[in-house]
Design a protein around this ligand. Structure first.
Ligand code: SF4
Length: 361
């Protein structure tokens, strides 16, 4: 048994090529935001989610074989690595007093992050302005979640997730509300309730708004880190892939990053950057370096096919491309002293959607 690839290279391969599941295998998470349609795996100290649906995964030369308690990765039918799978957490078996299953309120991401889309609707979903990769409405249509989660519900689930499954931090996101400040206020209320109930470190994600006092308000609510996701530095790509969000210029994001870093500190503000949307790698790297100099962690991820979206059957970028960008971004992070491990909460700390943290070594 053995692969000629280094562990981080194998993780990149799996995120780019996906993995075929043998019949009877538990499918992993279906639909939604974040690591949708994926299987959670642990490689040493790192965790990743690996795509399991879409043409790419169906035709992958990697497959997963589960044998009792053990699991193995096969390449063209040959075992190349044993792997630890992230199992179903115990809190999924519980429900609220009024009968709502806990896993309709929040999910386990990676090994120890509790994640919730606190508002599962988006003002852009039906208007032709939705982000092409997003599956926020899919889970709702499938009845896997609730349109709005209350602070009280989230505090209750968080308490159980800490007690039963050792959760250490929280990621809260939301679709865009007609008045974006209302959505951010709800994220803040949810963060505060979780913090008061559990003391957990909390990350929230939202789009920049005009009111720059929002960052200190969120900090007062107990928020530890924030994410504002550009997805691409290339305005043409943004107009094609995220037409609604593209109305906010890239400059607005950088203005907001600067204010957020003032409030939350370096390494505690992040932005998702998706590779595989047709962007120039040189421009992407330049944009990442600009973020890093400001203290913003560019969380570089490969495009991920999500079922029932325009991207369902698109192929993630080639592993070679991901290795190139991860290597360069990791070098720039090291140069400015930013590290995933120093992020207090959220996607950068979790790291399961990217192999960038493994390249930081
Ligand atoms: S990186 Fe973010 S979206 Fe991905 S699994 Fe972790 S918390 Fe979820």
């Amino acid at each position: 048994m053995g692969s000629s690839l280094k562990p981080e290279e194998l993780m990149v391969e799996l995120q780019s090529k996906g993995i075929r599941l043998e019949q009877g295998s538990v499918k992993g998470r279906q639909g939604g935001a974040g690591p949708a349609n994926g299987k959670g795996m642990v490689f040493g100290t790192f965790q990743i989610t690996v795509p399991t649906t879409g043409e790419c995964a169906m035709n992958s030369h990697y497959s997963l074989h589960e044998d009792g308690e053990r699991a193995f990765i096969l390449e063209d039918g040959e075992v190349i690595s044993e792997v630890e799978l992230i199992g179903k957490p115990q809190f999924y078996a519980l429900h609220t007093a009024d009968g709502v299953p806990y896993n309709k309120i929040a999910l386990l991401h990676g090994r120890d992050c509790l994640a919730s889309t606190v508002i599962q609707t988006c003002s852009r979903w039906h208007g032709g302005e939705r982000c092409q990769f997003c599956g926020i409405g899919t889970s709702l249509n499938d009845n896997n979640t609730m349109p709005v989660k209350t602070p009280k519900q989230l505090a209750e689930v968080a308490e159980a997730a800490v007690r039963l499954d050792g959760v250490t931090h929280v990621t809260l996101t939301a679709g865009t509300t007609a008045n974006p400040l209302h959505g951010i206020k709800h994220l803040g209320d949810c963060a505060r309730a979780i913090k008061e109930a559990t003391g957990l470190l909390v990350h929230v994600q939202f789009e920049p708004v005009e009111d720059l006092s929002i960052y200190s308000q969120l900090k007062d609510y107990g928020v530890d880190t924030v994410g504002m996701h550009l997805e691409s530095f290339d305005q043409k790509v943004r107009e094609r892939i995220t037409p609604g969000k593209a109305k906010l210029p890239v400059s607005k994001y950088f203005e907001s990053f600067a204010k957020a870093v003032e409030v939350f500190g370096r390494n505690q503000v992040s932005t998702y950057i998706i590779i595989g949307l047709g962007e120039s790698l040189a421009d992407t790297l330049a944009g990442c370096v600009r973020c890093i100099k400001m203290g913003v962690y560019p969380f570089v991820v490969p495009l991920r096919p999500v079922k029932e979206t325009a991207f369902a059957n698109m192929a993630p970028p080639e592993p070679k491309t991901m290795v190139e960008i991860y290597t360069e971004v990791a070098r720039a992070l090291a140069d400015k002293g930013l590290r995933a491990a120093d992020s207090k909460a959220g996607c950068v700390r979790c790291g399961a959607c990217s192999v960038l943290p493994a390249f930081e070594r």
